[in-house]
Design a protein around this ligand. Structure first.
Ligand code: ASP
Length: 325
């Protein structure tokens, strides 16, 4: 049998409903959760590590990086690694690990949408499916995977799309790359754009601004004046912003602060195919860097990791626009 470690970080999968407040709160450590899932020891030899009982929104980029180091370390001793995580920020942590982990052994992220006091708690099946995926030979060298609701997704593409549905995790541009059925893992696609950014450091002082009609330069100026190291703009459509924001963009670029453009659309990549004031062509001419099909929260993670490697704007442009690594 293969040797797997499950690293428990928290999230709804580790929560119970508190009777007094009638709301879900962190309660269960790894051992507590495993006791509620019979039959795990017939799938693999399982070790368990408690990283924390952190709700998704309490996760920080620094903690993600600490987790990345632990995962790289543990990959020397185990055949695969499963990480439980709050679903609110699961995609951000999984993507940061995906960019910084450099090993063929499977790393599989998992969570649950219902807590352990709720009818139909999805934690046990999701964990069994994640462990089943982590022991699969076919799961090797695919980057970090996310297993939820029987589907297998690439960390680079997956996003949480619904606040409460069990079927919340979607890879909106290309779909899941496989699924788990009756304790068997099936991969249907190969994700070939896997990126590795060779750094053990991050620069977490990066801001994210979402565009809406009529917005101006003020938020951008505030970010720059309060010492930001990078800005991600979620523009509109193909990657266009309201013209009154432009002076803020220029202000950031004049201080050599990288500005990455992605879209507030839920899928599709940005481009410089529009030429009016504030559109993609105008922005790239000024020095804005295109962020492909990443949602804002993931482009921000990528910029933090990239800034751990370099603050040279032409290098950053290569990493974002040419999948340099
Ligand atoms: N709010 C929860 C969290 O991210 C949601 C979840 O885990 O599903 O911790």
């Amino acid at each position: 049998m293969k040797n797997i470690i499950i690293i428990f970080t928290g999230g709804t999968i580790s929560m119970k409903t508190d009777k007094k407040s009638n709301s879900a709160v962190p309660s269960l450590c790894g051992e507590d959760i495993l006791k509620l899932i019979p039959g795990m020891d017939s799938i693999a030899n399982i070790d368990c590590m408690d990283f924390g009982i952190i709700p998704g929104p309490h996760m920080t980029p620094e903690k993600m990086m600490e987790l990345s180091k632990i995962i790289s370390d543990k990959s020397k001793d185990y055949d695969g690694i499963v990480v439980t995580h709050g679903t609110d920020s699961l995609e951000e942590t999984a993507y940061l690990i995906d960019l910084t982990y450099n090993n063929l052994k499977p790393v599989v992220f998992v969570g649950s949408m219902r807590n352990s006091s709720e009818l139909g708690w999805d934690g046990p099946l999701n964990i069994i499916n994640a462990v089943t995926t982590s022991i699969s030979e076919d799961a090797k060298n695919r980057g970090v995977l996310v297993v939820m609701n029987n589907e297998i997704h690439c960390a680079a593409q997956v996003t949480k799309t619904n606040t409460s549905s069990l079927d919340t995790f979607k890879s909106l541009d290309f779909g899941p790359i496989g699924f788990v059925d009756n304790n068997k893992v099936y991969f249907y696609f190969n994700y070939t754009r896997h990126e590795h950014i060779p750094t053990k450091k991050i620069q977490s002082n990066v801001d994210l601004i979402k565009c809406a009609c009529g917005m101006d330069h003020r938020l951008l100026k505030f970010c720059v004046d309060s010492g930001t190291n990078g800005i991600v703009i979620e523009g509109m459509g193909r990657g266009n912003i309201p013209p009154k924001m432009l002076s803020g963009v220029d202000y950031a670029l004049s201080k050599n602060i990288p500005v990455i453009l992605v879209s507030r659309c839920i899928s599709g990549k940005v481009s410089d195919n529009y030429g009016y004031e504030g559109a993609g062509k105008d922005l790239t001419k000024r020095g804005v860097i295109l962020g492909d099909n990443l949602p804002g929260q993931k482009a921000r993670i990528k910029l933090m990791v990239t800034l751990g490697l370099t603050d040279d704007l032409s290098e950053i442009k290569k990493i974002f626009e040419e999948n340099y690594y």
